[in-house]
Design a protein around this ligand. Structure first.
Ligand SMILES: CC(=O)SCCNC(=O)CCNC(=O)[C@H](O)C(C)(C)COP(=O)(O)OP(=O)(O)OC[C@H]1O[C@@H](n2cnc3c(N)ncnc32)[C@H](O)[C@@H]1OP(=O)(O)O
Ligand SMILES: CC(C)C(=O)C(=O)O
Ligand SMILES: [Mg+2]
Length: 599
C-alpha cells in the first residue's frame, strides 16, 4: 500500500475531522450561546484553561506580561471557552497582565461570535475580590473565580476557621462580587477531594443561593481515584440544593498521575466544565493536560462518553504546546501523550511494518489533526535553495503564522543553517522559531562570541553585546570551561547577579551537524532578592526563576543565547515589577482606606 493509500485508510477512525484537522462543516455543531450558569447543549463541555494561573504556579515557570498575552491569544485560536488569566492581587504585574488580556483577547470577537471568557482568581478577601474584578471587568465576558478550602485539614490548620465561618465567608464573597456588578461567578471549595461531601452540599447550596454560577470541584492534592471523583461529582449534583441552576466543573491536580482520568470521570458524571493546562503544567505534579482531555473527548466522546464534545480546534494544539514550553521553560517529556516528541514516532520493526501497511495499526490520532505535519507528508524538503515562500508554508503547516519581520529573522537563521546542513528538518525549523520568535524583548543582544579553549591554559571567551542604550560593548571572561567563560564575559557586561539553577543541552536532530538547543534557568541573588521576587510556597518562601532558550550549530553560542534570553526576561520582569509597584504606591496614596478582610 502506498503512503497516500495508508493515509486515506486512516480516516476510518477520524471521520469527524477535515484533512487540515479542523472539524468538517457537516459534523461541526455550533458552540452553544454563552450563558454563565447553564449550557443549552447537554453534551457540550466547556474547556477552562488555567495555564496562565495554575500553570504559572509551576516552580520556575515565571511568565512575563508579554508572554502571557501571546499565550492568551494562542488559547483563543485554540478556542478555549474560558481563560483564567492570573491571580490579580498576587502582584501589580499580575494585575496588569490580567487586565491587558481582558482588554485585548477578551474583546476580540470573531466572525462566529466567539470570544473567550476572561477570568481572574481571588481569595474570599474583599480586597482580593475587588482587585480581581477591576482586572477582568473590561472583558466582554468577565468572570471572577473565588475559592475557600472546605476540608477539615485546611479549615483547621491553614485557614483556622470553623465550618460556619467558611460558609459565611464564601457567601459574603459571592454576594460582594454580585454587588460589584459581576454576574459570572465561579466558586471552588478548595481540597473538595478530601472534604466531607455533606459539608460540601451545605457550602455549595449557600453560594448558589448567593449568586454563584459555576461550581468548580478541585481535587487540590490529586488524592482521588477516577471512580471516587466521578462519584463525588454525581453526589454533589444529586444532593446540592439548587444544583440545576449552575454548571459543575472539575479541577484535578496530578499528584497520582490521575488528573486526566479524574477529569473525564467528572465529565461523565455530569460536570460540564473541565479545568486544565497546556502540557499539564501546574502546581507540584501539574494539572489535567488540555491536550489529553480534549483529544480523549474528541476521539472517544461520541462512543464512550454519551456524545460529549468540546469547541476546541485541535489543529492548534502543537503550536500552543510549543509556545507554552518555550515561554515557561517547562520541557515536555518525550513520551508525553499527544504533544511529546515520541508521541507519533514508531521505533520497532513490527510497529514500522504495521504502519507501512496501514496507519490504523498503531495510530489513533492523525498527527495533522493536532497540527503536526509529517516531514514526508508535507512534501516540502527544506534546504539551502528554499525561499521565504517555502519557509512560510512550512511554518504554517507547523502551526506558526509569523509576522513579516519574524519570518525574515527566522529566514536569515534558516539560510545560515542550511549552508552548513544538507537537510533542514521540521525539528530544526521549530528550534529556530524558539530561538528567534519565542524570546523576550531583546534588551541585551549577543552580537558576537569567540572562545579559546582546550587543554593548554584557561578557557577564555570574548563577547560583544548591544546594550539597552544602543551601545555595543566588548568584554572577556575566563572560566572552568568555554560556556562558563562565555557566561562570565556576559556577566561583566550585563551586571546582574544571578545564580544558574538549571542548564540543559539537547541535540535537535541526530548527527555531528545537528543544531544544539540549550535551556537555562536563573535566579536573582543578593540585591535583587528584595525586589519583588519572593513568592510564597509551601514550607517557606522561594525566589522566582527565569528560563531562557537558545539554538545554534555551535554549542557555546547556543548556551550564550539561552543565558542572554533568561537575563533579558529577568531584567524586563524586574523593571515591570518596579513600574507596577510604583504605580500601585501612587494609587494607594490617592485611595480610600482599605476595606477590612472578612476574617
Ligand atoms: C490551590 C491553589 O492553587 S490556591 C492559589 C495559589 N496561588 C497563589 O498563592 C498565588 C500567589 N500568592 C501570593 O502572591 C500571595 O500568597 C498572596 C498575595 C495571595 C497573599 O500573600 P500574603 O498576604 O503574604 O499571605 P500568605 O501567602 O503568607 O498566606 C496566605 C493567607 O491567605 C489565607 N487564605 C488562603 N486561602 C484563602 C482564601 N481562599 N480566602 C481567604 N483567605 C485565604 C491564609 O489562611 C493566609 O492567611 P494568614 O496570613 O491570616 O494566615
Ligand atoms: C484555586 C483552586 C481551584 C486550585 O487551583 C486547586 O484547588 O487546585
Ligand atoms: Mg490547582
Amino acid at each position: 500500500m502506498s503512503p497516500k493509500e495508508a493515509a486515506r485508510s486512516s480516516t476510518r477512525f477520524c471521520a469527524d475531522q477535515h484533512e487540515n484537522g479542523e472539524p468538517s462543516k457537516s459534523t461541526q455543531s455550533r458552540r452553544p450561546e454563552y450563558i454563565p450558569n447553564r449550557i443549552d447543549d447537554p453534551n457540550y463541555v466547556r474547556i477552562f484553561d488555567t495555564t496562565l494561573r495554575d500553570g504559572e504556579q509551576s516552580p520556575g515557570a515565571t511568565l512575563t506580561s508579554k508572554e502571557k498575552l501571546d499565550i492568551a491569544r494562542q488559547l483563543a485560536k485554540l478556542r478555549v471557552d474560558i481563560i483564567e488569566a492570573g491571580f490579580p492581587v498576587a502582584s501589580p504585574d499580575d494585575f496588569d497582565a490580567v487586565r491587558s488580556i481582558a482588554m485585548d483577547v477578551g474583546n476580540n470577537v470573531d466572525e462566529d461570535g466567539y470570544v473567550p471568557v476572561i477570568c481572574g482568581l481571588s481569595r474570599t478577601i474583599i480586597r482580593d475580590l475587588e482587585v480581581a474584578w477591576e482586572a477582568v471587568k473590561l472583558a466582554k465576558r468577565p468572570r471572577v473565580h473565588t475559592f475557600l478550602a472546605t476540608s477539615a485539614i485546611h479549615m483547621e490548620h491553614k485557614l483556622k476557621m470553623t465550618p460556619d465561618q467558611v460558609v459565611e465567608n464564601a457567601v459574603k464573597a459571592v454576594r460582594h462580587l454580585r454587588s460589584l456588578g459581576c454576574t459570572d461567578i465561579e466558586f471552588s471549595p478548595e481540597d473538595a477531594g478530601r472534604s466531607d461531601p455533606k459539608f460540601l452540599y451545605r457550602v455549595l447550596a449557600a453560594v448558589i443561593e448567593a449568586g454563584a454560577t459555576t461550581l468548580n470541584i478541585p481535587d487540590t492534592t490529586g488524592w482521588n481515584l477516577p471512580h471516587e471523583f466521578g462519584g463525588l461529582i454525581a453526589d454533589l449534583i444529586a444532593n446540592t440544593p439548587g444544583a440545576d441552576k449552575v454548571v459543575f466543573s472539575t479541577h484535578c491536580q496530578n499528584d497520582l498521575g490521575l488528573s486526566t482520568a479524574n477529569s473525564l470521570a467528572g465529565a461523565m458524571a455530569g460536570a460540564r466544565q473541565i479545568e486544565c493546562t497546556i502540557n499539564g503544567i501546574g502546581e507540584r505534579a501539574g494539572n489535567a493536560s488540555l491536550e489529553e482531555v480534549v483529544m480523549a473527548i474528541n476521539k472517544r466522546g461520541a462512543q464512550q462518553m454519551g456524545g460529549l464534545r468540546t469547541g476546541i480546534r485541535p489543529v492548534h494544539i502543537i503550536s500552543t504546546s510549543k509556545m507554552v514550553s518555550d515561554y515557561s521553560g517547562m520541557m515536555v517529556q518525550p513520551h508525553k501523550a499527544i504533544v511529546g516528541a515520541n508521541a507519533f514516532a514508531h521505533e520497532s520493526g513490527i510497529h514500522q511494518d504495521g504502519m507501512l501497511k496501514s496507519k490504523d495499526t498503531y495510530e489513533i490520532i492523525r498527527p495533522e489533526e493536532i497540527g503536526l505535519t509529517r516531514q514526508d507528508d508535507a512534501g516540502i524538503v527544506m534546504g539551502k535553495h528554499s525561499g521565504r515562500n517555502a519557509l512560510r508554508t512550512k511554518l504554517q503547516a507547523l502551526g506558526f503564522d509569523l509576522a513579516q519581520d519574524q519570518l525574515d529573522d527566522v529566514f536569515k537563521r534558516f539560510k545560515s543553517l542550511a549552508d552548513k546542513k544538507k537537510n533542514v528538518t521540521d525539528e530544526d525549523v521549530l528550534a529556530l522559531v524558539s530561538d528567534e520568535v519565542h524570546q523576550p524583548e531583546k534588551l541585551w543582544d549577543l552580537l558576537g562570541l569567540q572562545v579559546v579553549c582546550g587543554t593548554m591554559g584557561l578557557p577564555t571567551a570574548t563577547v560583544r553585546m548591544l546594550g539597552p542604550d544602543g551601545i555595543a560593548r566588548t568584554a572577556t571572561g575566563m572560566g572552568t570551561g568555554p560556556v562558563d567563560a562565555a557566561y562570565k564575559a556576559i556577566d561583566a557586561l550585563v551586571r546582574v547577579q544571578v545564580q544558574l539553577s538549571e542548564y540543559t543541552m539537547t541535540s535537535v536532530t541526530e548527527g555531528i551537524e545537528a543544531l544544539a538547543s540549550t535551556r537555562v534557568s536563573i535566579r536573582p541573588v543578593g540585591g535583587h532578592a528584595d525586589q519583588g521576587f519572593v513568592i510564597h510556597a509551601q514550607g517557606g518562601s522561594t525566589q522566582r526563576s527565569f528560563s531562557g532558550s537558545g539554538a545554534n550549530e555551535d554549542i557555546v553560542v547556543a548556551s550564550a543565547r539561552a543565558y542572554v534570553s533568561a537575563l533579558n526576561k529577568l531584567i524586563a520582569f524586574m523593571a515591570a515589577s518596579q513600574r507596577a509597584a510604583g504605580a500601585a504606591a501612587a494609587n494607594a496614596l490617592a485611595d480610600e482606606p482599605e476595606m477590612a478582610p472578612t476574617h
